[in-house]
Design a protein around this ligand. Structure first.
Ligand SMILES: [Zn+2]
Length: 304
């Protein structure tokens, strides 16, 4: 390899890395953002969704939810032809609720980088969300849970949080998707299960049947591929721009200008790719509260 070829290759690798991480919901918006609105279904009635796990009138202990586990979270009814439903924002909401969501990204091939000292976790962010009492939904990859099992358990047993599925591998469920390696339909379906298995293995119990496509990339084929997993796909309507951001004030301003009642904000729980998120949250939370907003988990938005 000549020097110039090497330089080009290195530049291409850097560009691809940037694209991959920006693809964790940090890009300019979901490629299918326009289309998913058409797929918004009607949320399943919360009453019927929770009926199966609510203790019966006779108080049968067998019907009671498992100790430590939350009541069954609401999901949306499947879309046309049984496709996985897609939730983006609670548009029917008039009260000022907002869901901050954090993607705990780690790709299946990033183990060596973690061993090399790169931090894919962000304990200070989790601590701040606890201190500020901000209920939040963490979209975790299975690989992240394997790398940080103690944190996955701590988050997944704290009622302040719920853990949703962000795939095991953080590979693409449809291609192209920011240069992420693509999974075929069978591998995509298995990838969802493998992430839930990793959460269980870590000891997380506050898991919810919500799924965020890596990079937010999906099409009808991807929605069909994961339909038997019975998850609700969760996108977002507010991009925080925290991926690779250096200025927490700019991230906070972007969020504050984008939030509407019922909004879902996408942020990240990984120091490696989103180093100023915790500082941004410190600014966002008091300001939105001043404006009358209440922070909720995604399950509360879907359940309304
Ligand atoms: Zn991601």
């Amino acid at each position: 390899m000549t020097n110039s070829v090497r330089k080009v290759a290195a530049a291409a690798a850097t560009a691809m890395l940037g694209a991959v991480l920006a693809g964790c919901g940090g890009g300019a918006g979901a490629p299918d953002a326009g289309r998913e609105a058409a797929r918004m279904g009607t949320p399943a009635a919360p009453g019927s969704a929770s009926a199966s796990t609510s203790p019966s009138a006779s108080g049968s202990p067998a019907a009671a939810p498992q100790a430590g586990a939350p009541a069954k979270p609401p999901t949306m009814a499947p879309g046309p032809n049984g496709l996985t439903p897609v939730f983006e924002r609670a548009k029917q909401q008039t009260d000022k609720t907002v869901a901050l969501t954090f993607d705990a990204d780690m790709t299946s091939d990033q183990g060596p980088r973690a061993e090399g000292g790169e931090h894919f976790d962000n304990p200070a962010l989790i601590s701040t969300l606890r201190t500020l009492k901000v209920p939040s939904t963490i979209f975790m990859t299975g690989r992240w849970a394997e790398e940080y099992p103690d944190q996955a358990k701590s988050i997944g047993t704290d009622p302040n949080f719920e853990i949703a599925n962000h795939s095991y591998s953080h590979h693409a469920f449809t291609s192209p998707c920011y240069g992420l390696p693509a999974l075929d339909a069978a591998a995509a379906r298995a990838d969802v299960d493998r992430a839930f298995a990793a959460f269980r293995q870590a000891g997380a119990v506050n898991t919810v049947p919500y799924f965020r496509f890596p990079g937010g990339c999906y099409d009808d084929q991807a929605l069909r591929a994961v339909s038997t997993a019975k998850v609700t796909a969760v996108q977002w309507d507010v991009v925080s721009g925290d991926a690779f951001a250096k200025d927490p004030v700019a991230v906070a301003e972007q969020v504050l200008s984008g939030v509407k009642p019922g909004s879902v904000v996408v942020m990240h729980c990984t120091r490696s790719a989103a180093p100023v998120t915790e500082e941004a949250v410190q600014r966002i939370v008091p300001e939105l509260r001043k404006r009358g907003y209440r922070f909720v988990k995604v399950s509360e938005l879907i359940g309304k």
